[in-house]
Design a protein around this ligand. Structure first.
Ligand SMILES: *Cc1c(COP(=O)(O)O)cnc(C)c1O
Length: 224
């Protein structure tokens, strides 16, 4: 199916309050431009170098989301332009984002990644680590980041009951977070969960941001 058509189909299936991040990792700029021409303005990438290359080549009204695991030493390359970092999972990384944002005279929006899957391989924090981070003195002093919510990935499984359970657990943590008083650097309103295989379940469970790649752009090939 054409990119434009797939994109429109997905957009039509999403409730109005759900933001679509078009995950374009590994795809050529020509493919991204097709989505851009069809109206898409939010793109998600998981490698800093690739995202930076695409940012340089593409129209400047695009919002670039970093959805992958970020190494601290790479933050500086995206700090001038990144619009949302989904995968922040440590105070150390948040500190570096704050430092690089300050150098660029910006405030960078971040989501904290939670570990909800029963897989060791997926990154993210547990509830204790989340609360330690948010309650730390270091975090309260940060002026160049803003925590906008949470992100999580469900287990890669056919078991939809399990996926639903994991997304629901994340939604509950998110709801608790929203009860906390907001501050200058803490204003949670975004719950990023759901990808091509499970976004419909995620939306049912209360997601308001989905990250969809292969259902828009087709399957990815990594053996380049
Ligand atoms: C690749 C990726 C996606 C999109 O995956 P699809 O299955 O292609 O939709 C979403 N979120 C993260 C964190 C990813 O790395």
């Amino acid at each position: 199916m054409k990119i434009e058509q797939s994109l429109n189909n997905i957009k039509q299936s999403l409730p109005e309050n759900v933001t679509l991040v078009a995950v374009s990792k590994t795809k050529p700029v020509a493919d991204l431009m097709e989505a851009y021409e069809a109206g898409q303005r939010i793109f998600g990438e998981n490698k800093v170098q690739e995202m930076t290359d695409k940012w340089e080549q593409m129209p400047k009204d695009i919002q670039w989301h970093m959805i992958g695991h970020v190494q601290t030493n790479k933050v500086k390359y995206m700090a001038p332009f990144v619009s949302l970092i989904h995968g922040v999972d440590s105070l150390k990384l948040l500190k570096e984002v704050n430092k690089q944002a300050k150098k660029n005279d910006r405030v960078i929006d971040c989501l904290l990644q939670m570990h909800i899957a029963d897989e060791e391989t997926k990154f993210g924090m547990d509830e204790q680590e989340l609360s330690d981070l948010l309650n730390s003195e270091v975090f309260t002093q940060m002026e160049n980041v803003k925590v906008k919510g949470l992100m999580g990935m469900a287990t890669f499984t056919e078991d939809t009951a399990q996926i639903k359970q994991e997304f629901t657990a994340l939604k509950n943590i998110f709801d608790k977070l929203k009860e906390k008083p907001t501050t200058k650097n803490f204003e949670p309103d975004t719950l990023s969960m759901g990808m091509s295989g499970d976004y419909e379940i995620a939306v049912t469970c209360g997601s308001n941001m989905v990250r969809i790649g292969s259902s828009i752009f087709g399957a990815r090939q990594y053996n380049k």
